[in-house]
Structures are given as C-alpha cells and as structure tokens.
Design a protein around this ligand. Structure first.
Ligand SMILES: [Zn+2]
Length: 157
C-alpha cells in the first residue's frame, strides 16, 4: 500500500485568499508576521517562515456537509503559496510525539473505530492499515493535542 499525503486543494485555498472569508463566512485573521515560525501551512505543508505573514481561519476541509465534517482552525501562507506535491512521506513539520488519524468514507463520514491517537513513528503504518479497507476513502491527520486538521492521506493512484 503506497500512501499520498496531500495539502489542501489549491482551489479551496485560492477561494480563501479571494474572498477573505472562512468556512463560517467570517473574515479570516491576517497576521503580519510569524514571529517564531512554526505555524504549519495546510497548502504547501511547510511551516510559515519566521517573519512572514499568514492567515488563521476556521476551515471545513470537506466537499459536503454532514454531522462529521467538522470545522476547525488552520494556518495558511499569505500571500498564497504552491500546493505541496503529493508525497509518500508525512509532512516534515510533524514533530509532536502523537497525532490523531481517522478514517472517512467516500461520503465524508467518520468510520467508527478508526480514530486513534497514533505515535508519529507509526503514522504511515496505521494509515496504510486503514486504507487497506474498501470502506475508507481517506484518512485525516490531526493534532493530538488541539485536534486541528493538518493533512489528508489517500491511497496512491
Ligand atoms: Zn504555504
């Protein structure tokens, strides 16, 4: 099982930059400078460089709406950046000891029993295990401490 880690689609990120609105319809927060750096951009899957501007906003990283398509905080580069190439490796900014992995069906509903706080060193093994199942279309990787969406994992095409 080969995996692909994906950043947010450019169409979605372009829409955020164009409208200045988040998934609630509220104005995005514009921060003049990432003083310390370390804010992970969900589009280029790199940390916003120290001293560079960025956006903080509530985002729902799903195409549809149902009770499981939660909205939460993300950062993205400002001005825009280039979407990360799909990678077989997790983003380099992942430096916490644990993350949440959770499987979703093709209709963007949580597949119960798949959500697990997972040691960073086991992310690819557990994601591959979940994506072996035909009822799982993708796996979301989230912060274990803050639950923020970080990236999405698919079967490599
Ligand atoms: Zn970026």
């Amino acid at each position: 099982m080969r995996l692909e880690f994906h950043g947010l689609p450019s169409a979605d990120v372009d829409n955020i930059h164009r409208t200045g609105r988040d998934s609630y319809g509220d104005p995005v927060e514009r921060h003049a400078s990432a003083e310390e750096g370390g804010m992970p951009c969900r589009h280029c899957l790199q940390n916003v460089p120290a001293g560079q501007p960025y956006l903080a906003l509530a985002h729902r990283p799903f195409k549809t709406r149902n009770p499981f398509t939660e909205t939460g905080p993300i950062y993205i580069c400002d001005p825009g950046c280039t979407q990360a190439e799909p990678s077989s490796e997790p983003p380099a900014f992942l430096d916490a000891p644990h993350y949440i992995l959770r499987g979703y069906s093709a209709d963007e509903r949580i597949v119960y029993g798949t959500g697990a706080v997972t040691p960073r060193v086991d992310l690819t093994v557990y994601a591959a295990h979940l994506l072996e199942r035909p009822d799982i279309a993708f796996v979301d990787l989230r912060s274990a401490s803050n639950n923020c969406f970080l990236c999405r994992i698919y079967r490599a095409s």
